[in-house]
Write a new protein. Structure first.
Length: 336
């Protein structure tokens, strides 16, 4: 059994995959398993994978997916093949520090942690961030879980004890263009008993794709938002830790709700400017598709969450007043 299995989904990754895999095959952690999944690429991604496998056959496993299943579906194939004590996730257009998995694994063993997080550098903003501070490490309680969930972060900066994915089995939603792992990180924080950190910048998040939320088709994006809201509730609401972390989970649902509404209203918000006095105008002149999505977003929010904006301290603290006002207006329109 490997100490860490690193799962890399790859789709048309000609420009970045060699750099990504190069950072993984030269890890200082020796007992590492690198599982690369070709998600039915149409370029030479599979050939790059085969060359890497030929050169590092003792470390690299490759899977040739014949059907495109999205990054979630490709990762699921990796979870099924993984044998490591811990699991790490890397996107094919990013790369990692050479000692990332040795540092994370050693920290995991030292503290008997279920999750260990590290810092990341984001090229698009030129910022280095550590999502898991010392104030939330160690044995998790409701307060720490609320801070962790509300703080966000990424799956790819962490390692997870493999049992979190397998006992019981939890897999990602497939054929989803964005937000495909939103509920997974919340689920992992609820399930984990202990979390640690390594206060070093180990993951390089390249973000070469630009602003995905503006470029993705309206229907695709809003289906993703609705799917993420449903998945948070369906995957997490039955867990015993859910009620204790409800403030932060409702906040995350509110963030998604706000994203969906603002995407529908994007042109009007841009036209009038983000000011409270124009909120009524934001909802005028919408087409049938936009109206239907606003109705669906409201329905999912009411069915699964029904959060109270003014009584949720995280919503009040973290969301802009204009966004809260827009959500309240959407609620008012659809209640009657």
């Amino acid at each position: 059994m490997a100490k860490v299995s690193v799962i890399v989904p790859a789709y048309n990754s000609h420009d970045t995959l060699a750099t990504c895999l190069g950072s993984l095959v030269h890890q200082t952690l020796q007992d590492i398993e690198i599982i690369v999944i070709n998600d039915a690429s149409t370029d030479d991604t599979w050939e790059i994978m085969k060359r890497c496998k030929g050169q590092f056959s003792d470390k690299v496993k490759i899977i040739d997916g014949k059907v495109n299943r999205g990054s979630g579906g490709a990762r699921n194939q990796g979870f099924d093949a993984a044998t490591g004590e811990y699991i790490g996730l890397v996107d094919s257009d990013d790369y990692v520090a050479p000692n990332m998995y040795e540092l994370l694994y050693n920290q995991a063993k030292e503290g008997d942690y279920d999750i260990v997080d590290s810092g990341y550098y984001k090229e698009s903003t030129d910022k280095a961030i550590l999502s898991t501070g010392d104030n939330v490490t160690g044995t998790l309680d409701d307060e720490k879980r609320n801070i962790l969930i509300a703080g966000g972060g990424y799956l790819v900066t962490k390692i997870f004890r493999r049992e979190l994915f397998n006992c019981p089995p939890i897999r990602m939603r497939e054929n989803v263009r964005c937000l495909e792992d939103t509920e997974i990180l919340i689920y992992m924080i609820l399930r984990a008993k202990k979390i640690g950190n390594v206060k070093e910048i180990l993951y390089k998040y390249c973000d070469i794709k630009g602003s995905a939320t503006k470029q993705i088709d309206l229907k695709v994006y809003l289906d993703s938002v609705i799917g993420a809201m449903k998945a948070i509730y369906e995957r997490c609401a039955h867990l015993s830790e859910y009620e204790g972390a409800k403030e932060s989970i409702d906040y995350m649902a509110a963030v998604l709700y706000s994203y969906g509404i603002n995407r529908c209203l994007f042109e009007n918000i841009r036209k009038y400017g983000a000011k409270k006095e124009y909120i009524d105008k934001y909802f005028l002149g919408l087409n049938d598709t936009q109206k239907e999505y606003l109705k669906s977003l409201y329905g999912i929010k009411e069915q699964c969450f029904s959060f109270l904006y003014d009584k949720n301290y995280i919503i009040q603290q973290k969301l802009a007043a204009i966004d809260i006002a827009i959500m309240k207006k959407c609620d008012q329109i659809h209640k009657g």
